[in-house]
Design a protein around this ligand. Structure first.
Ligand SMILES: C[S@@+](CC[C@H](N)C(=O)[O-])C[C@H]1O[C@@H](n2cnc3c(N)ncnc32)[C@H](O)[C@@H]1O
Length: 321
């Protein structure tokens, strides 16, 4: 394996979304900013345009995490993986995650997924996609979705949603969604990234990771970019806690999050499919886990294989994107 920034959509998935589900590739940057009540026809555009990007982002991010041999060996023998996706939409990141997990974990037999979103049309697409998902071997994939959708409009409702869960997760993901809460002022003056993290981080297993990814654009009517707000929020939750959690990636955040006030960052991935070659996606993300786990896998690896093999992993850089 090596650091991956590009992924082709697998042929079976390409066929399902464009041939069977009639998804449409048509970028709509203005309209994609708020999605809980987008109608069926728009969700088809989302599926054809943004789903493949989320698929590739998730596949590449987790592939690159597996580059850390300490991380890989910590979960290598697992037979069962639990995943939670907050604001899954049509679930591109879920399918990308399933694909990379099944290619890297030889003993994997079962994947359990709890996925939440407000948009019932997006959930319906994801439900039918999961019926057709192609897994190698005999891996069972079990997804738990609420068909009506769950709209989170307050901290109390977020807490109610978290109370619906009763397992510890190996992966908690939220992709390109929290900016929508910020735009709508859902959590008033609180930092959305910090608040969401404070509810989800305690659900992580000892070897679990929270991948919090969002768009890299500017917040409307503001001088601030979402990645700055994200970094600000994550740094504050980590520094205000009981030393329980730590950033695993970017490695520069692991080393600097105690002093950083929230810098801009961005990573660029591309995806190719039958409707577009090298479609570009720009996101900002942090991978957070229990501190003991982060210390074990970053500190011991950093000066050895990771540093040698990963030209991006230089702790002297302000951020390693
Ligand atoms: C841009 S989409 C991202 C979907 C998916 N994570 C992906 O990367 O393709 C944002 C998702 O957040 C969901 N969402 C936004 N605000 C929400 C809220 N208040 N409660 C629940 N879901 C919400 C939308 O319904 C939408 O599916």
């Amino acid at each position: 394996m090596s650091i991956l920034k590009h992924k082709d959509l697998p042929k079976w998935l390409d066929k399902i979304i464009y041939n069977d589900f009639k998804a449409i590739f048509e970028p709509h940057p203005q309209d994609v900013v708020y999605n809980p009540d987008q109608p069926y026809e728009f969700v088809k555009i989302y599926l054809g345009t943004y789903f493949p990007r989320s698929y590739a982002e998730s596949f590449c991010i987790v592939n690159n995490l597996f580059e850390n041999s300490n991380y890989l060996s910590s979960i290598y023998t697992l037979e069962e993986i639990n995943i939670l996706d907050f604001c899954c939409g049509t679930g591109g990141e879920i399918i990308g995650l399933i694909d990379i997990l099944q290619s890297e974990l030889p003993n994997l037999k079962r994947i359990n997924i709890d996925a939440f979103d407000a948009n019932p049309d997006a959930i319906r697409f994801l439900y039918h996609l999961m019926e057709s998902v192609v897994t190698s071997g005999n891996i069972v994939v079990d997804i738990n979705l609420n068909p009506q959708g769950i709209f989170v409009s307050s901290e109390q409702e977020l807490s109610d949603l978290v109370n619906l869960t009763n397992v510890q997760y190996h992966f908690i993901v939220s992709f390109k969604a929290l900016n929508e809460f910020i735009q709508h002022g859902t959590f008033k003056n609180k930092n959305t990234y910090s608040l969401i993290s404070s509810y989800f981080l305690p659900l992580l297993s000892d070897v679990g990771v929270f991948i919090l990814s969002d768009v890299a654009t500017k917040l409307n009517n503001s001088e601030r970019y979402y990645p700055q707000i994200l970094n600000d929020g994550i740094n504050s939750i980590i520094n205000s806690g009981k030393n329980e959690f730590k950033t695993l990636y970017p490695y520069s955040c692991y080393f600097n999050e105690m002093t950083c006030n929230g810098c801009y960052m961005q990573d660029v991935f591309t995806v190719s499919h039958s409707k577009k070659m090298n479609d570009v996606s720009k996101v900002a993300y942090r991978i957070i886990c229990r501190k003991r786990f982060a210390d074990a896998i970053v500190a011991s690896d950093f000066n050895q294989s990771c540093r040698k093999n990963n030209p991006l992993a230089d702790k002297n850089l302000p951020y390693n994107y």
